[in-house]
Unconditional design. Structure first.
Length: 320
């Protein structure tokens, strides 16, 4: 691993090179030039932050598509955006236990257009998070338009983000119990029904997005498809917002549970979980495509996790 001074030199050198390269082209960069700059920036990030807890690409397929586009003149424009997560610890010494996640997506025209960055932390209320992200976007619009700017955004978050946490939380309460404002602590469990879940990319998205948003639960692929996610209300709503944007024959929230945790902390949230992580569950698939699950085994699984009554909500109405 490179030393901090080497990293800063490399960061400055590479960013300067990218900026110079971009400066002459901003007026009319080609798609391929923009794609090359994105790949250069991803290479830089992976060399500066080699550990998964610092930097994780959440869609390797999009990166492969981007590289194929750059290397092959006849290649089609990539269909998906490159997406990754940068985790940042702020400079504030009182916030030593606080971590901010930058969830980033690079539009295909980046850096001619700004990246899509959402900063999250379990210690931010919804209004604090909205304000932080609004201020970050303003900063990028004023300082980084037309230039590679993920590292600039990371530096801004590192310097500024801790100031958005409510100062009424004393440092001790932040570090010992990770307390969050009581009115914002709502634990949510969503029971999602789909006509079917076959697509491998969708199944991958469900697993990766739940991990990114700290949600637990399970996904039963096949026909019908069942997804359960549980965690902070804002994270569940973000998950549903992403999932429903994908193409489905039919998808809906069959049942929703909201539990208010007054004065709750992250330990309280953990206590409410019925599942420890989110994993895909297959129950003796059968049928022509191996896609019809044994619903008796699903019922058994729900019973074991204290959710047996959900079965009626899913299948009683449908008559399956």
């Amino acid at each position: 691993r490179l030393s901090a001074s080497n990293l800063h030199w490399e960061e400055g050198h590479r960013t300067q090179h990218l900026t110079q390269q971009n400066a002459g082209e901003a007026a009319g960069m080609t798609n391929r030039e923009e794609a090359e700059i994105q790949i250069s920036e991803l290479d830089l990030l992976s060399s500066m932050f080699p550990y998964e807890e610092e930097f994780t690409v959440t869609d390797q397929l999009a990166v492969a598509e981007l590289k194929h586009f750059v290397e092959n003149d006849a290649a089609e424009v990539p269909s998906s955006k490159v997406q990754f997560i940068l985790n940042v610890k702020p400079e504030d010494p009182n916030a030593s236990m606080v971590r901010f996640s930058m969830v980033c997506a690079l539009p295909f025209k980046y850096p001619s257009v700004l990246p899509e960055i959402t900063v999250r932390s379990p210690l931010l209320s919804r209004s604090q998070q909205v304000q932080l992200n609004s201020d970050l976007k303003t900063y990028l619009m004023q300082n980084c338009s037309g230039e590679p700017c993920v590292l600039n955004a990371r530096e801004w978050v590192k310097d500024q983000a801790a100031a958005y946490i409510d100062r009424e939380l004393s440092p001790s309460s932040v570090t010992t119990s990770s307390a969050v404002q009581s009115e914002d602590v709502i634990f949510t469990r969503l029971w999602i029904y789909s006509h079917h879940i076959y697509n491998k990319q969708k199944r991958k998205n469900i697993i990766e997005w739940s991990k990114e948003l700290s949600l637990s639960g399970f996904c039963m692929p096949g026909k019908p498809g069942v997804v359960c996610v549980e965690g902070l209300q804002s994270s569940c709503e973000e998950f549903w917002s992403r999932i429903r944007r994908l193409t489905w024959k039919r998808i809906l929230i069959r049942h929703r549970e909201d539990i208010s945790l007054e004065g709750g902390c992250l330990a309280e949230i953990q206590k409410q979980r019925k599942f420890s992580t989110l994993e895909e569950k297959c129950f003796d698939a059968h049928g022509a495509r191996g896609n019809h699950m044994d619903l008796g085994q699903l019922y058994q699984f729900l019973e074991e996790n204290g959710c047996g009554d959900i079965f009626q909500m899913y299948f009683g109405v449908e008559g399956h």
